[in-house]
Design a protein around this ligand. Structure first.
Ligand code: ACM
Length: 271
């Protein structure tokens, strides 16, 4: 399976130009699955909820989605992309799985970061695994990295490849994702943006360094911090299907959830 990411610098509030940029960058791509950054078409640093709503689109009637679907059809490709999603009067920081037949899944970011709490509704779609060309993929968005439960629950559901659209501003995620891959024996594709959103209410700089990590935590490739990059590599799903970390230890079947239950009740957490 050929997978990768496109790291670029979306322009705030210019979805048409951002879509055109992605279409041009992927015009000759040969891949099964490409991951794009979080909020890849709207930009990230919203002033408030009204501004997020104004730039949000309903995937069912979105020109952005139509253009991306046409690209998928032409290149026989799947995309996982960050997307500013409108649903009635609600607005979500979402990720779409798009294929040659259109949108196949919508994930809504569960763990909102910082100011996102003022601008977005929190995600309300249960974590689930999607099938793309025989691979099982799990979708998470940016700050979800800080909640190991997300990668774990997706791995328990059978995810072999974590698709991770991001707009990272802190420096820890890339190394943390290597641990997510080590403890779950999955691949992870983190597609980050670079550059900054310079707005009247402040500037936010993004860290780039998109990456593909193998089960076991091995870094296959990492992009530079502040440069555009399309990267595609071949991965072997059999590596992610083998959960053995020693001849005696299987990372999933060695779990002992019956002993996690009391902790669950005490803290109201799902283990
Ligand atoms: C983030 O979740 N965009 C930092």
């Amino acid at each position: 399976m050929r997978v990768g990411y496109y790291q670029f610098r979306p322009l705030f509030g210019q979805p048409g130009r951002n879509v055109a940029k992605v279409l041009a960058a992927l015009a000759d791509t040969t891949a099964d699955l490409i991951v794009l950054p979080e909020l890849a078409f709207s930009g990230y640093h919203f002033r408030d909820r009204e501004e997020a709503l104004a730039l949000a689109e309903d995937p069912a009637s979105s020109e952005t989605v139509e253009s991306l679907t046409a690209l998928c059809l032409k290149r026989d490709l799947y995309l996982v992309t960050g997307f500013c999603e409108r649903s009635g009067e609600r607005v979500y920081n979402s990720a779409l799985l798009i294929g040659p037949r259109g949108v196949e899944h919508v994930y809504r970011k569960l763990h909102l970061f910082a100011d996102e709490k003022r601008c977005f509704d929190p995600g309300d779609v249960p974590l689930s695994v999607q099938e793309v060309r025989g691979a099982r993929i799990g979708i998470m968005v940016c700050f979800d990295w800080a909640f190991p439960e997300v990668a774990r629950v997706l791995a328990i559901q059978g995810a072999e490849v974590l698709c991770h659209p991001s707009n990272l501003v802190l420096g820890y995620c890339q190394e943390a994702m290597r641990t997510r891959c080590l403890e779950n024996r999955v691949y992870a594709i983190t597609a980050n943006r670079f550059g900054s959103d310079k707005r009247p209410h402040g500037e936010l700089r993004f860290t780039g360094k998109s990456q593909v990590v193998a089960p076991g935590g091995r870094l296959i490739h990492r992009a530079p911090s502040q440069r555009e990059q399309l990267y595609v590599t071949e991965i072997d799903l059999a590596e992610a299907r083998n959960k053995r970390i020693t001849p005696w230890n299987d990372l999933l079947s060695d779990r002992r959830p019956e002993w996690y239950t009391r902790y669950d009740q005490a803290f109201g957490a799902l283990c």
